[in-house]
Structure formats: C-alpha cells, structure tokens
Design a protein around this ligand. Sequence first.
Ligand SMILES: Cc1cc2nc3c(=O)[nH]c(=O)nc-3n(C[C@H](O)[C@H](O)[C@H](O)COP(=O)(O)OP(=O)(O)OC[C@H]3O[C@@H](n4cnc5c(N)ncnc54)[C@H](O)[C@@H]3O)c2cc1C
Length: 392
Amino acid sequence: MDSNQIADERATFHAELRSAVRKLCERFPDEYWRELDKSGGYPTDFLQAMTAAGYLGALIPTEYGGSGLGITEASIILEEVNRSGGNAGTGHAQMYIMGTLLRHGSQEQKERYLPAIASGALRLQAFGVTEPDAGSDTTRIRTQAVRKGDDYVVNSQKIWTSRVEHSDLMLLLVRTSTPDKSEKQSAGLSILLVDLREAVGNGVTIKPIETMMNHHTAEVFFEDLVVPAQNLIGEEGKGFRYLLDGLNAERILIAAECVGDAHWLIERSVAYANKRVVFGRPIGSNQGVQFPIAQAYAHLRAADLMRFEAARLFDANQPCGGEANMAKMLAADASWEAANVAIQTHGGFGFAREYDIERKFRETRLYQVAPISTNLILSYIGQHMLKMPRSY
Ligand SMILES: Cc1cc2nc3c(=O)[nH]c(=O)nc-3n(C[C@H](O)[C@H](O)[C@H](O)COP(=O)(O)OP(=O)(O)OC[C@H]3O[C@@H](n4cnc5c(N)ncnc54)[C@H](O)[C@@H]3O)c2cc1C
C-alpha cells in the first residue's frame, strides 16, 4: 500500500469512527445531560455504553483487552461526545490515566489492572495531584508517604480530585523523600495506586465540592492510609517525571473536547441566527450577529489544526509538549469564545436552561483554569519554546 492509500484508509476509518460515536451519543440527547446538570447526577449509563463500545479503552493495547488506537482516534471519540452536546469530561480520564500504569507500571500491575480497566470492571479515573497550599506549583505538595515495612502510610490532603467518588482506583502523587539542596524540588515525588474500594473509610475521606458545572470533584483527606508498597508505580522518587509523561495526552484530549464544544456552540448559534426573525429579518443577516460567529469558527478551525498536529506528533512518538500545550490553550480559547458568542446570539434564551447554551457556557469556562491554567501554558511557551527567562 502506498502512502496515499494509507492516508485514505485512515480518513475512512476516522469518518466511520466519528459516525459510530455520534450514533451512540444520539441515545443521550440534550435532555439527558440537562437533567444530570440539574440533579448533579453522574452519567453512569452513558459511560457504560462508551465502555461497552470499546471507546474508553481506546488507548489500551489490544494485548490487554483494549482497542489499541492512537491519541488521534481517542481524541476524535471525545470530540464527538462534546460535539453531540454531551460532556466527555465525566469519563475521559478512564481513557488516559491508565497511561501512567501502561508506561511505568510493572508487568504484574499491567496484567492485573489493564484488562479490567478496558472491560470497565475497574474504573481508574481519578488522579490526585493538586493540593490546597501548593496550587499550580506541584513540586510543593505535602502529601507524605512514609515507608513502613511492606507498606506506605499516607497523610495529608488533596483538592479537586475529580471523579474520585466514581472510581475504584486512583493514582496519587505523594512525597516519599525531601530533596537535598543539590536536587530539584521535583525529586522525591512518587506515584501510588490506591484501591479506593478498600481505602474509603479506612484512611480516606471524600468531601465533594459543589461547582458551577456538574463536575463531580472533591477534596480527599488521608489519615494514616496504608498502601501496599507493591502499589508503587515505577521507581520511588520518579513520580514527577511520570506525571509529566502523561500530561501531553491529557492536553490533546481536552483540546479535542473543546473543539467538540466549539462546534456544537457554533452549530447552535448558526441555526438560531438563521431562524430567529427580529425587525422583519433573520438576526443572522446582520453582520453584528454573523461576524462574531464567523470569527469564532475561524478560531475553532485554527485550534483544530494544532490539535491534530499535536496528536500526530504524539502518535509518532515525537516530542509534542509545545504543540499539546498550544492545542489545549487555543482550543480552550475557541470554545470559550464560541460559548460567549452563543449566549449573545441567543439573546435572553441563551440564559434559559432548556436551550443548553448556558450549560455549555459554564462547562467551557473551566478549561481556562484546569487542568492547567492559560498563564502556565503561556509561560511554558515563553520559557521552553521561545527561550525567554523563567518567571517562576
Ligand atoms: C473542576 C476542577 C476539576 C479539577 N480536577 C482535578 C483533578 O482531577 N486532579 C487534580 O489533581 N487537580 C484537578 N483540578 C485542579 C486544577 O488542575 C487546578 O485548579 C489548576 O491547575 C490551577 O491551580 P489552582 O486552582 O491551585 O490555582 P493557583 O495555582 O492558585 O493559581 C491561581 C491563578 O493564578 C495564576 N498563577 C499562579 N501562578 C502564576 C504564575 N507564576 N504566573 C502567572 N500566573 C500564575 C493561575 O494561572 C491562576 O489563574 C481541578 C480543578 C477544577 C476547578
């Protein structure tokens, strides 16, 4: 097969994948997500359907029971969920958190957990990194894991640990030693796999945080939590590097979700602008209404190119830190712009729950802050790509 044929086959596969995910999402229409948003409910049945279709196991190699796809395909799956009006953030982490285990876990850990994650028998979709005092400065975390015989004993607190109430397992970034003066602050961090089924009530307490969108995030308190030393991922002290290794996948997938949101918001805006008649003509015939939508669309398309470039590099095992960060930032900006434009286009109805615009407006706002804030991406670009001075 020559390279043109390979490209054609790939494009056909992507189109089929998109249409299959779209079909699944049709079973979970606007009302489904609106009701969950209102009740603070979790989309268990939607995520079961996604798992059964093999979508949430997309990145797990086939030898462990997954679909063995690349980040490009995984990102298409999540994009389509948001493009249908849904919220892939409720389950996206089941796709990528296992990457830390896949890349750095022992053979025994991989065999034990990956097939069960692929089948959905085990949910690994919580990663406790952020702490109240450390904030964006991850190297300053205080959660200590002290080795005692065959176990670690963990104390302290995490905040904003999403989906922890809906996970069987979580990855936990802990400090296992204090760096000496010659070492970087990131030395001495490690990653533990915590079995929440045993830990909750036995050293782990979860306190949900109410947020402006339906996000299922929580504070997690650790009081003498015992974690078997065999649950250490990789080597002690290398946790920060393992964490960084997983971030590009997260950034690319979230960029794709933002692209999906922006498409949905623009499609709704166009439909409404064409239909709504005021002063005897569709509001979309006024340039004051049309141009902001056109501008948001152009920004969306540009962000999407960066998302696919980052995904291409990732799948080719090439460095993609800059592209993944830029894709996340540009797509987050595009979706937020599209949300703002959609509210404006819908006038008063933009604020009515039954139109779902205000729900997406709240959902898209998150990505300016989490999982990494725009300022920190800009400083990554300034410092690492443009070689300007460190600002922190
Ligand atoms: C809904 C939600 C879900 C989340 N889920 C998870 C999760 O599952 N797991 C997890 O570990 N974390 C999670 N987070 C945490 C998230 O990653 C952090 O909120 C985010 O990284 C910002 O950290 P912070 O909130 O501590 O803000 P801070 O670090 O306190 O920053 C506050 C503001 O100051 C700015 N700022 C800080 N330092 C600088 C600087 N040097 N230069 C310029 N600007 C700066 C930031 O950009 C930000 O706007 C979640 C957060 C939210 C809101």
